[in-house]
Design a binder for this molecule. Structure first.
Ligand code: SF4
Ligand code: SF4
Length: 420
């Protein structure tokens, strides 16, 4: 951003977003350094500035100066422009809000939520990566970060329905389930949209997409734009209310699930009028109910847990229930709640200048997959997939990346519901 850095606005925003629990975190850090070893950015770079606790210095500084227990003495150092410009990159480019540091922190400090709050202050000061900000602005102005406007959505759904001969209901009227889309899928991996439609049709789900609220990703949240975060949530609420859907399913996208499932009520200002399910949770439910059955799937595969679905979302076991269809599934070490992030979560994938550090981070994943003896890496997040696809190309790595939804749609056992 080219606007002058406004320290006062940043300080005021830091305080505005410092809810009670965040203030407790800032007082609680005992500087033990345990979080350093588990952050993949620190692991990949060896740079001490990538220690999770260090990333929070400006927020702590603003808090101590203005509202900490001894703020009245006026002795705590002031936040400076240098602080903000130096930490901008640390908070935007080298934190995926993955929550891995929190699971080892003896004080239970939630660095991810502190990063999200700090980003709002940086944006208030006129800082933040332009490309991430643009993704958020595109979402507000055009419906999605990647140019998936309503017209384009209609056009692409028509095309996919014709080409793949599958029903893809859009604005069907009333439906029990509202399915949402990550525009990363629609623009880069459209087969996963077809796969979701095939699976839902095969299970007899009464579902629809809606032009009123289709984009699942929430770049407003990632970019520190609370206004856009709210607008995106409200679109889905409006779409669900119009269709009467009491269930909203988030597609293969980690942060979209985290933001709506765990933060949606707060952003909306009251409880959401529907349940939020990640696609893996919903497919597992359909499988448990006997509405979906799968043929065995070939290939030695392992699973990349998207941080916001597994560690922060609590849905790691449903994915594994679905992964039982793979004849040769093997776990990586570590896995599940302790899994390493792909490097692109928290909006980092959208920040061009972060490419080099993302590639370095991905080497951890490559090593894990190779040690597990797997030929392919399955995931349930299009953002992870895009991050890993780019990093894979950078290293000329020869392993496959597989969408769990696409693999399962190809293995449906029994005839899919006929096209009208
Ligand atoms: S949330 Fe993840 S990326 Fe951010 S500091 Fe913690 S471990 Fe590192
Ligand atoms: S592990 Fe927790 S208490 Fe220790 S330095 Fe990191 S944030 Fe502070």
């Amino acid at each position: 951003m080219n606007a002058p850095v406004d320290i006062n606005k940043a300080s005021a925003k830091f305080l505005q977003v410092t809810a009670e629990h965040l203030a407790v975190y800032m007082e609680a850090c005992v500087r033990c350094g345990l979080c350093a070893e588990v952050c993949h950015f620190h692991q990949a770079s060896g740079d001490p500035r990538h220690t999770p606790a260090y990333k929070l210095v400006p927020m702590t500084k603003a808090y101590r100066r203005q509202s900490g227990p001894f703020a009245w003495l006026g002795l705590a150092p002031k936040l400076t422009e240098k602080d903000l410009t130096e930490w901008e990159e640390l908070l935007f480019d080298t934190c995926n809000m993955c929550g891995r540091c929190t699971i080892v922190c003896p004080m239970g400090i939630d660095i991810a939520s502190m990063t999200a709050a700090a980003r709002q202050a940086f944006v208030a000061a006129g800082l933040g990566p332009e490309d991430l900000e643009q993704s958020a602005q595109n979402s507000l102005d055009h419906g999605s970060p990647l140019g998936l406007t309503v017209d384009k959505l209609e056009e692409r759904i028509d095309w996919l329905a014709d080409d793949y001969e599958v029903d893809i209901p859009l604005d069907k009227g009333k439906a029990e389930v509202l399915l949402t889309i990550s525009s990363i899928e629609m623009m880069k991996y459209p087969d996963s949209v077809v796969a979701m439609a095939k699976l839902f049709n095969a299970a007899g789900v009464d579902w629809t997409f809606s032009t009123k609220g289709y984009e699942a990703t929430n770049f407003g949240y990632l970019a520190g734009r609370a206004d856009i975060a709210k607008a995106m949530v409200e679109r889905i609420v409006a779409a669900a209310e119009e269709t009467g859907a009491k269930t909203v399913v988030i597609p293969e996208c980690g942060h979209a699930y985290g933001v709506l499932r765990w933060g949606g009520g707060n952003i909306h200002g009251k409880p959401l009028p529907f349940e939020v399910w990640h696609i893996t949770e919903y497919l597992a439910k359909l499988k448990r109910e006997g509405k979906l059955k799968f043929k065995p799937i070939d290939g030695k595969v392992t699973y990349h847990d998207p941080c916001q679905v597994s560690r922060r979302g609590g849905a790691k076991d449903d994915a594994r229930y679905l992964l039982e269809s793979f004849k040769e599934f093997r776990e990586m070490e570590p896995t599940g709640n302790y899994n390493w992030c792909c490097g692109g979560g928290g909006g980092v994938q959208a920040i061009q200048r972060s490419a080099e550090i993302r590639y370095k981070v991905f080497r951890i994943k490559m090593d894990q997959v190779e040690k597990a003896g797997a030929d392919a890496l399955v995931s349930s997040c299009a953002n992870c997939r895009l991050t890993m696809d780019e990093s894979k190309a950078h290293w000329k790595w020869d392993h496959d990346l597989v969408s769990i939804v696409e693999a399962l749609a190809d293995a449906i056992d029994g005839p899919a519901a006929a096209k009208d």
